[in-house]
Design a protein around this ligand. Structure first.
Ligand code: 1HN
Length: 349
């Protein structure tokens, strides 16, 4: 067909909800991920300053959740840190309550500062300490409060699957008339934490509310003493849903890694754009020609399929991370690739 005729044809069908695939194919089906979400770092010291100012200009009553969204500069206006996931920093001051609600979006919380807060998830009230991970499965009632004996400002990272739920247009929200839900410490979740299942029910979603940091790190250190690290991801363990043995949530996976001192022994990439939060130690991450220096509580985002490596300063580092690996794996999409150096470094802890 002549170019003229083809152009007239394309114009003639425009507006009818019909589009020629031959104009779009290259954009739609790429030979590899296009890496649309860029690498970026939010430095905790700076973000914290802005968050503390929020503590002065807005009350939790007014805000419901006093949160600064970590929006990826490559995804402006989307409230997203990666194409599928959301991240925010939340501040709860002494005496404050973030009122109870439930929504179809699920959440992980990583506590960054303060020891006096709790979260109640479906009636299970859990103290939140620094480094702990707290889970809010889809459609579970949750409220948070800060009321410890020596109450201090609490800051945590909220990780939610908001863009994923928006993509499926499956958002529902309900508020509880009361600010806090009735709660009992160590009920159902406490049994699961002790390696037990309440025999009268099988959970619909992850029944374990909290993954305490001190215990988790101790176990990971024991594991690290006995095994070789992955060349880039170090000694790594995944937070799992004890009822399924699978990922902590159906849409999000979370990991804790010990990275050995010095440079990675290669590069790693995977299709799940990943959010890293160093908890101990410092170092740099090189990704897409950019070298990013990090310290505890900074938040670093690595794009899908971009090879990266770390270089850890003196000692080792402990890094929390989360991504949509759970969803991609369930959908049969997830891929990873490790390019190990010919002569591995980083032997031993
Ligand atoms: C939410 O429920 C929390 O419970 C935090 O703390 C951030 C962002 C969007 C939608 C719901 C929370 C949120 C959120």
């Amino acid at each position: 067909m002549s170019d003229d005729r083809l152009e007239r044809y394309s114009k003639s069908i425009a507006g009818d909800g019909l589009v020629p695939l031959w104009d779009r194919f290259g954009d739609l089906v790429r030979p590899r991920p296009a890496g649309q979400a860029g690498a970026h770092i939010w430095r905790y010291a700076e973000a914290r300053e802005s968050l503390m100012l929020a503590g002065e200009v807005i009350s939790v009553e007014q805000a419901e959740r006093r949160v600064l969204i970590l929006e990826n500069p490559a995804l402006p206006g989307t409230s997203s840190i990666t194409r599928s996931l959301y991240a925010g920093l939340q501040l709860l001051r002494p005496g404050e309550v973030a009122p109870a609600h439930r929504h179809t979006q699920s959440a992980l919380r990583l506590i960054l500062e303060g020891e006096s807060s709790y979260s109640t998830v479906n009636g299970d009230k859990t103290a939140m300490g620094v480094g702990d991970v707290v889970v809010t499965p889809p459609w579970s009632w949750h409220d948070h409060g800060n009321d410890g004996d020596a109450a201090e400002d609490t800051v945590w990272l909220d990780a939610l699957d908001i863009p994923t739920v928006s993509f499926y247009d499956a958002s529902f929200l309900e508020n509880l008339p009361a600010a806090s839900q009735p709660s009992e410490p160590d009920g159902r979740a406490g049994l699961w934490a002790a390696g037990l299942r309440p025999t009268d029910r099988r959970p619909e979603a992850n029944p374990l509310t909290a993954y305490p940091y001190v215990e988790t790190l101790k176990r990971l250190e024991q594991f690290a003493a006995q095994t070789d690290p992955h060349p880039v991801r170090g000694w790594e363990a995944e937070y799992i849903d004890p009822a399924t043995g699978g990922p902590i949530l159906t849409t999000m996976s979370a990991f804790l890694s010990i990275l050995p001192e010095g440079p990675s022994a290669g590069t790693y990439r995977s299709t799940d754009a990943t959010v890293l939060v160093p908890l101990e130690g410092s170092g740099t991450t090189t990704v897409g020609g950019q070298t990013i220096g990090w310290k505890p509580r900074d938040v670093v985002v690595i794009p899908s399929w971009a090879p990266y490596s770390h270089d850890v300063d003196d000692g080792s580092a402990v890094v929390f991370s989360y991504s949509d690996r759970a969803a991609q794996t369930a959908l049969g999409l997830w891929r990873e690739e490790t390019e190990a150096d010919a002569a591995p470094r980083n032997r031993g802890a």
